[in-house]
Design a binder for this molecule. Structure first.
Ligand SMILES: NC(=O)c1ccc[n+]([C@@H]2O[C@H](COP(=O)([O-])OP(=O)(O)OC[C@H]3O[C@@H](n4cnc5c(N)ncnc54)[C@H](O)[C@@H]3O)[C@@H](O)[C@H]2O)c1
Length: 371
C-alpha cells in the first residue's frame, strides 16, 4: 500500500502523523511511504531522517493525496483538502465528524472511507487513540489556564497555589476521564484547590481513591454545577459522550456569575464544547476571547503546542492500527479487530457510526451489513 503523510495545515498544528520510526515499520512490512517535505519539521523530524528510513519526500501535498491509498493525518482535513477526496482513498485521522457537517458531506459525496482515531474503541470502552492526546491536553489545560489567570494576560491575577496566608486558586474540572485526570494531576501538583464533577460515580470513586483526599468529587448535575462554577477561578471542560456533540453543561448564566478575570478552558471544544458561551474553536494564534469578563480558551488542537511529545505519544498508538489497515486492507482489518471496526465512520457514501448519523439526522447503516 502507498501511505501518504501530508503536512498538517490547521493553524499552528505542529504535529505529524508518522515519525521516522513509523516509516521504518511500514517499510519493513513492504509498504511505500510518501512524506510531504517539511511535514515533520515542527515536531523535530527532518526530511533527511524520513528519507534515511525509506520514505520518499514530495514537495507538494497534492502529489501525496493523489497517489496514496491511505492518507495518515493528525487533524481533520480542511476545506482546501476536500478536492482530494475520492472513492478509493482511506483517510485515517482525528475526524470528530459529529461536529463537522460540511466535512461529513464532502466525504460522503466522494465515497471516501473515513476511519477516525477518536472512535477506535476497545471492548473495555477505552478509546486508545484518544488517550495519549487527552493526557497531554489535560495537563496543558491547567498550564494554559494558569497563564491566563495572570494579570498581565487579562486574568484576575491569582497564583495557582497562593502563598502562606493567601488561598490557592479553585480549579473545577468538569468530566473526570482522561483529560480530567491529567488536569487534576497538574492542578494538584501546582497546589490548587480542585473539584471534579462527573456523572460516573465509579469514576469519581476511583479519582477519590487515587488522589487520596486531595480533591473534592461532586456528582454532575445542574445544581452542583452552579455551586462549583460560582467559586471557580479556572474551569476545565473535559466531558465526552463518544462520537456525539458535547452537552452544554456550563450555561451562560453560570459564566455570568463567575468573578471577572476567571478563566474557562474548554478542552471538549473538538466535540462542539461544553460551555454555552463558546460557539466555536479558537486557535493557538488567537487562543482566547473574553465574554462577561471571563477569559475563554477553546483551542481544538491543544497538543499541537507540544508537538514533539504529542507526535511521539500519538504515533506510538496509531501505528499498529495503521499497519493492520495497510497489511490486510481496511475491510479485513476491521473484521479481525473489533476496536478498529469502531473507528470506521464512513464507507462508500454511508454513515456507519450511529451517533454521527444521529447528530445530523441522517441515515445510519451497520458496518457489518456493508463489509
Ligand atoms: N482540545 C483538544 O486539544 C483536545 C485534546 C484531547 C481531547 N479532547 C477532548 O476532550 C474531551 C474529553 O476527552 P477524554 O479523553 O477525557 O474523554 P473520557 O471519555 O476519558 O472522559 C469523559 C468524561 O466525561 C464524563 N461525562 C460525560 N457526561 C458528563 C456530564 N454530563 N457531566 C460530567 N461529566 C460527564 C464521562 O463520565 C467521562 O468520565 C473530548 O471531547 C475529547 O475529544 C480535546
Amino acid at each position: 500500500m502507498i501511505i501518504g503523510v501530508p503536512k498538517e495545515i490547521k493553524p499552528q498544528e505542529n504535529r505529524v502523523s508518522l515519525t521516522p520510526a513509523g516509516v521504518d515499520s511500514f517499510k519493513r512490512a513492504g509498504h511505500t511511504i510518501y512524506v510531504e517535505s517539511g511535514a515533520g519539521i515542527s515536531a523535530g523530524f527532518s526530511d533527511n531522517e524520513y528519507e534515511k528510513f525509506g520514505a520518499e519526500i514530495f514537495k507538494s501535498a497534492s502529489d501525496i493525496w493523489k497517489n496514496a491509498n491511505m492518507i495518515l493525518k493528525v487533524k481533520e482535513p480542511l476545506e482546501e483538502e476536500y478536492k482530494y477526496f475520492r472513492e478509493d482513498l482511506i483517510i485515517f485521522t482525528f475526524l470528530h465528524l459529529a461536529n463537522e457537517l460540511s466535512l461529513t458531506k464532502a466525504l460522503i459525496e466522494a465515497k471516501t472511507t473515513a476511519i477516525a482515531y477518536e472512535t477506535v474503541q476497545l471492548p473495555s470502552r477505552l478509546l486508545p487513540l484518544l488517550t495519549p492526546m487527552s493526557e497531554v491536553a489535560g495537563r496543558m489545560a491547567v498550564q494554559k489556564g494558569a497563564i491566563h489567570l495572570e494579570t498581565i494576560n487579562g486574568g484576575k491575577g491569582k497564583l495557582i497555589d497562593g502563598v502562606p496566608g493567601v488561598p490557592p486558586a479553585h480549579i473545577v474540572v468538569v468530566g473526570g476521564g482522561i483529560v480530567g485526570t491529567g488536569a487534576i494531576r497538574r492542578a494538584i501538583g501546582l497546589g490548587a484547590r480542585v473539584t471534579v464533577l462527573d456523572i460516573d460515580i465509579d469514576r469519581l470513586r476511583y479519582l477519590g481513591e487515587v488522589f487520596m483526599g486531595k480533591i473534592e468529587t461532586l456528582y454532575s448535575n445542574n445544581y452542583n454545577m452552579i455551586k462549583a462554577i460560582e467559586t471557580a477561578d479556572l474551569v476545565i471542560g473535559a466531558v465526552l459522550i463518544p462520537g456525539s456533540k458535547a452537552p452544554k453543561l456550563i450555561t451562560e448564566n453560570m459564566v455570568k456569575k463567575m468573578e471577572k478575570g476567571s478563566v474557562i478552558v474548554d478542552v471538549a471544544i473538538d466535540q462542539g464544547g461544553c460551555v454555552e458561551t463558546i460557539d466555536k474553536a479558537t486557535t493557538h494564534e488567537n487562543p482566547t476571547f473574553t465574554k462577561h469578563g471571563v477569559i475563554h480558551y477553546a483551542v481544538a488542537n491543544i497538543p499541537g503546542a507540544v508537538a514533539k511529545t504529542s507526535t511521539l505519544a500519538l504515533t506510538n498508538v496509531t501505528l499498529s492500527y495503521a499497519l493492520q489497515i495497510a497489511n490486510m486492507g481496511w475491510k479485513k482489518a476491521a473484521k479481525r479487530n473489533e476496536a478498529l471496526a469502531k473507528g470506521v465512520n464512513l464507507v462508500d457514501g454511508n454513515i456507519v457510526y450511529k451517533s454521527i448519523a444521529d447528530a445530523f439526522d441522517m441515515e445510519y447503516k451497520e458496518l457489518k451489513d456493508i463489509i
